[in-house]
Design a protein around this ligand. Sequence first.
Ligand SMILES: [Mg+2]
Length: 409
Amino acid sequence: MNPHRRDFLRAVSVGSLAAAALDSESNARAAGPPGRPILLPRTDLQIAAIETYTRGTNLSIVRVIASDGSDGFGQAAPYDADITATVLHRKVAPLWLGKDPAAVQSLVQQSVESNYKFPWSFVCRATAGVETAVWDLLGKKAGKSVCRLLGGDPRPLPVYGSSMSRTITPEREAERIKRLKEEKGFTAFKIRIGKVNGHDEDQWSGRTEALVPAVRQAVGRQTVLLADGNSCYTPKKAIAVGRLLERHDYRHFEEPCPFWELEWTQKVAKALRIPIAGGEQDNDLAQFRRMIRMGAVDIVQPDVCYVGGVSRTMEVAAMAAEKRLKCVPHSANLSMLILFTLHIFAAISNPGDHVEWTIENDEWTRDLYSPAIDVREGKVEAPEGPGWGVEINPTWLAAAAKLESHAKD
Ligand SMILES: [Mg+2]
């Protein structure tokens, strides 16, 4: 076995899920065994209203208001968020209104099971919106960050600079990564190889073969490099590309094959020494269980918003921990998703070495919340303060399309 892979797997402790709850006098801390729900004692509150604030098609912020007027903010999954907001009010909100916010984990489960005719996808994308807003509310009530509610210890976390571009040339990508390393102190980066769902085609002929060595040469041997295939390859081609990555000392190969073809990915994982990462698109917990048990992936990457929120991400992390695998939640943009990810990353027992941090300048996430967060000496810390630790910018909300659902009296 490749030494990187071996060290990587050995470094994962099979600790119990870092599960905790609200504080004792008000609410008792109660860590559970791996994968078990976090015990949150009842509050005397009910969820009175759920509001969505949607701008364009990319982003929908969710506000949950409790019966005492306190509130919390979360976010549904980005992209086609206007559709998600409709699903949220029609298919998810009615299940949460009038309920105790401390029942958050069972309400997530009910949201998925009650919508069994519409499994996962938009139901999970919408559920994540309500659920993350409820965690903010619970944190504010307890005067604690969500990270601490989950039993975590907030701290600066190393990030990897994640390129989202396949249109950039190998030369320009190598230059850009070298400059960012010098300017912001990144110790790791991820590049895009092949073509999205590419059926073995490259973005253009020879790009991957030029990019992989060019970036390694630009940053030297000490910088961690990762590569993402975004479901490009058949197993045969993936193994050939994986060997190229191994020759240049890359440390993970993400989504080498179409993500739904677990047997293909398993075959690639068996053939290669480089650790295989995957799971960002998946939202079915049973599918995560399968991919972990069959050894298709070495690094598990649930996306907090795609999978259905904090509770389900913690469940996936616990499943991975039981098999001594690391969990690196997918966080490809600087919307509230990166906040959720930072809080969770510092709370799970099996985090990877770096949090994903986009190096693209996305206009649609700009000025969404304050305080803004940024990379310092290659690290980022979640803002201090209760809940997610941020205020949603009032001018951002004022420019959004608002929908609301209310509990019946
Ligand atoms: Mg990816």
